[in-house]
Design a protein around this ligand. Structure first.
Ligand code: ATP
Ligand code: MG
Length: 426
């Protein structure tokens, strides 16, 4: 028997109903902030990700699903491992920044070749947000405030801790990198294997090493904050001031560096202690150089950049957290089940059709023109709160019989009875 590929999951109906519920709540919050939805391809040129995310990152080094397609000349393509690169590509390609500052969101599958475990899959889903055109710290704070409102709407605000850091600008990071490398070079035999390798490829990533011995070494290492310019420091202070104003608590994590190279200035993560080592539910930051960097891919000349800031949240992790601390109430697929005698089944079909037209809030199911007994059995299983029964007598009298599925009580009422929300509201 052919099975699904490891790390690629089916989302079965019971679970999928929760996804729809979650997506609706998140989309509603995005609408409150005036963010616009965008839909982007799942496949892009490999070069786009290599250039945007950075060659010495985990994603580009070992996690991408890349292949060569059949076009002439053959093009190296990659299943998107994240959404920012594609969103920036689209914004440049369609000139969306001309005279505008688009605030965009997208949702969909991402692909990374990782070791599958709880909260970590090879196909997973992100909701991503990108806010373009403003270099000001209120843009950073707005994104964080929006995620905070999402946690509030989901009953999760006390489960999430906000971690913040500033990465400054690239020249500031360069100076810091040199200082960090010279501090660690003498001590490299005390570093874990990964960090030793990163000392020459991506030294800043050593800061978020999970190894206790490496973390101990870092205690006396130079601090990135000491290398930031006055401008970067002031920007970070203003982001914090907005959060203070909004009463959103945060913790400064000087070792938060993020696994993608495009970030500058503010970076942030929302973490929880309820999901083991897959603790980060949402992560993002500013990327003021990325647009210029991707524009110059075509020209190989430096191009003018435009500021941007964004985040992505992992929807599987978010659902695991919801399940653990604030599960959705039963997401029943049915409110009203319509049963009709097989001789007058078409009258039942017409009734259900009219009711669906009148009552957008009700989920109305039928079970097929079989015996009344078989239909009643399906009604029992459906989770419906009411079953409507129509037979010849009801048809003659222009009535319906209604069975309350919780109490078993049955009554006969006018056909229009269910059209009004006063009589049956969910
Ligand atoms: P991690 O450190 O857990 O590998 P990351 O830094 O690689 O995460 P990002 O690239 O920042 O993750 O992606 C944003 C969010 O997407 C993460 O915080 C997480 O919630 C989710 N995510 C990332 N990779 C996976 C995955 N393989 N499976 C499920 N969710 C993921
Ligand atoms: Mg990762």
């Amino acid at each position: 028997m052919i099975k699904a590929i490891k790390g690629f999951n089916d989302i079965l109906p019971e679970q999928a109903a929760k996804w729809l519920r979650l997506e609706k709540i998140l989309a509603e919050v995005l609408a409150r902030y005036g963010y616009e939805h965008i839909r982007l391809p799942i496949v892009e040129q490999t070069d786009l990700f290599a250039r945007a995310i950075g060659g010495a990152t985990d994603i580009v080094e070992k996690e991408m699903y890349s292949f060569i397609d059949k076009s002439e000349p053959p093009t190296p393509l990659t299943l998107r491992p994240e959404g920012t690169a594609g969103a920036v590509r689209a914004v440049i390609e369609h000139n969306l920044l001309r005279g505008d500052a688009p605030k965009l969101w997208y949702i969909g599958p991402m692909f990374r070749y990782e070791r599958p475990q709880k909260g970590r899959y090879r196909q997973f889903h992100q909701l991503g947000v990108e806010s373009f055109g403003s270099a000001l710290p209120d843009a950073d704070a707005e994104l964080i405030a929006m995620t905070y409102l999402m946690w509030q709407m989901l009953g999760l605000k006390d489960e999430m801790q906000l971690q913040l850091n500033s990465l400054g600008e690239s020249d500031e990071r360069h100076a810091y990198r040199d200082a960090l490398v010279s501090y660690l070079t003498d001590k490299q035999d005390q570093l874990d294997e990964d960090s030793k390798r990163r000392l020459s490829t991506n030294p800043l990533r050593i800061l978020d090493s999970k190894e206790a011995s490496t973390q101990a070494l870092l205690a006396d290492a130079p601090k990135l904050a000491d290398f930031l310019s006055d401008e970067s420091t002031a920007h970070f202070e203003q982001v914090k001031a907005y959060l203070d104003e909004l009463g959103i608590k945060y913790e400064i994590n000087p070792h938060l560096v993020r696994g993608l190279d495009y970030y500058n200035k503010t970076v942030f993560e929302w973490v929880t202690d309820k999901l083991g080592s897959q603790a980060t539910v949402c992560a993002g930051g500013r990327y003021d150089g990325l647009i210029g960097q991707l524009k110059s891919m075509n020209t190989d000349k430096p191009a003018k950049s435009e500021p941007g800031v964004g985040f992505a949240m992992g929807l599987e992790r978010l659902l695991l957290l919801i399940e653990a601390v604030a599960p959705f109430d039963d997401v029943a697929a049915c409110d009203v089940f319509v049963v009709a005698h097989p001789d007058v089944y078409s009258a039942g079909v017409r009734f259900a059709q009219n009711l669906r037209y009148d009552r957008a809030d009700l989920r109305i199911k039928m079970g097929g023109a079989t015996s009344l007994k078989a239909q009643m059995k399906k009604a029992d299983k459906s989770g419906a709160r009411l079953t409507v029964i129509i037979a010849q007598q009801e048809l003659d009298e222009q009535t319906i019989s209604i069975k309350n599925m919780q109490t078993g009580e049955q009554q006969t009422v006018e056909q229009q009875w269910l059209s009004s929300t006063d009589n049956f509201s969910i």
